[in-house]
Design a protein around this ligand. Sequence first.
Ligand code: ATP
Length: 585
Amino acid sequence: MEYATLVSFYERLDATTKRLEMTEILVELFRQTPPDEIKQIIYLTEGRIAPDYMGIELGLADKLAIRVLVQISGLGDQTVEASWKEKGDLGLVAETTIQEKRQAGLFAEAPLAVRHVFDNLMAIAQAAGEGSQQAKIDRLAELLRAAKPLEAKYIVRTVVGKMRLGVADMTIVDALAAAFATKEQRDAVERAYNVSSDLGDVASVLAARGIDGLADLHLKVGRPILSMLCERVPTLKEVFERLGGRCAFEYKYDGLRMQVHVTPDAVQIFSRRLENITSQFPEIVGAVRSAFTAKDGIIEGEGVPVDPNTGDILPFQVVSHRRGRKFDVDAVAAEFPVTLFLFDCLLKDGEDLTMRTYADRRQTLRTVITAGERVKFAHTVDTDQEPEAEKFFEEAIQLGCEGLVAKALDSVYEAGARGYRWVKIKRDYQAEMVDTVDLVVVGGLAGRGKRAGTWGALLMAAYDKPTDTFKTACKLGTGFTDEMLATFPGKFGPLRLEHRHARVDSAMEADAWFEPRFVLEVLGPEITLSPIHTAARGAVREGSGLAIRFPRFTGRWRDDKRPEDATTVEEILGMFRGQLKAVKG
Ligand code: ATP
């Protein structure tokens, strides 16, 4: 396909904020894409060149892109920088720069192929070591010399990591299903994505072989699978009702979910966001290496920092400091080593176990691991007796856990699903609704007085899975330190949009709209009906949504969560109803 054709679709996508319209445009695009190119086209449309877990990222520095624009246009540094300041978007700067040069007849007219653009972007992302900066510059310059103005706009946006068409994974899943399957088969497409974590793979199989081909997309060691998640329930009684009697109770550790892939050559750890976090946890790599007794496998658990002196579970924060650290990991690992509490085994010796029951997988886990100091099995009790569960719950809390996770013994592993086969129960829900929610920053409200010049409050939203949108639930203005506030412009500035993001549903105006990216932990003592917020609007009362009352930032950035992993509207509704029950006794 010619890149100009793809760009014409981008222009249409860029011009709409309606999800349905986006899906229709994508369906049209996918139908006319040759099957052997659809993979690249999917990645490019999402502003990337590989699935997340591969860790191949573009994100060329703005300054470098400016250097290339200066070099190929012959314009001065200052002219290009000034145009950047004025437009706030390097893509637009590239578009006008190339336009001017073209008018001067300085560029070749041969069409650019998508494949060629993709290969060059890949080379830019992968260039490493000595001379790599020049290699990146040369590749980008070559592309821009061959590009027409609109093509240059999207090449530059892609290369600096700011594509932002608002096309989300689930929009692509919908469009793929509409293009290559039936409405009823949409869930099968989503499942294939959840298991493979690679929309490009799903698309190329669908385009080439149709829906039946997806059966061959199996779980593989080295390729992470989306985690199975839990719903909240307020009481133990409800746990038994939901899970149908006897079930497995486990401690709910407050740490970091870890999916560990083991082969004879390597141990790799993936986070719940499917990032490869192996290098941050050398102690876990070593411990799993010696504890694992099969040939290969995928095991799952929660990594929790433990005080080496007392053996006590420590707050999660001491682990979160490791994220993003490039050095010093060994020292930190010695100071606060992490213990991995394992609860699941998803693959053993090449065999996909996800369709087996939980009881069966747990049993298999015990055959592939020899527990030791750094790798243990999660504390667990199987029971249908409320007093026994209650006692176990109290024990978990005393040991520094958040509560319990209960699992249906006959449940299969539902990748990426949050349902009632696994449920969580925390002490907070039984007490007076002192609980945290994880909300996504979607907008900013300009600060006044001491906060002038930064964002005084943030507009926060919950994730609504059925519509794949973010619905507002509160304005957050407390819990921020002065130092933190000062970092906001730098942090949120790059995410700023001209208008409300296509996936944000808000009845409120913000002073600035942001791309949904950051997830913040918010303490919400109470949930109330609200005429202005859109979360669960109409679910309890016509015209009213639900809002978190007196919200306060806990200081914890949930960098381990994608925006789609934020607390859902459904959960907030569940909490609201639980709260009513508590009030009514
Ligand atoms: P919360 O914000 O309430 O901590 P969450 O939104 O991070 O929860 P949930 O799906 O609601 O995620 O809760 C499941 C998480 O709990 C898992 O992602 C995992 O990290 C953690 N966890 C701790 N112990 C267990 C366990 N025994 N089994 C499954 N998950 C566990």
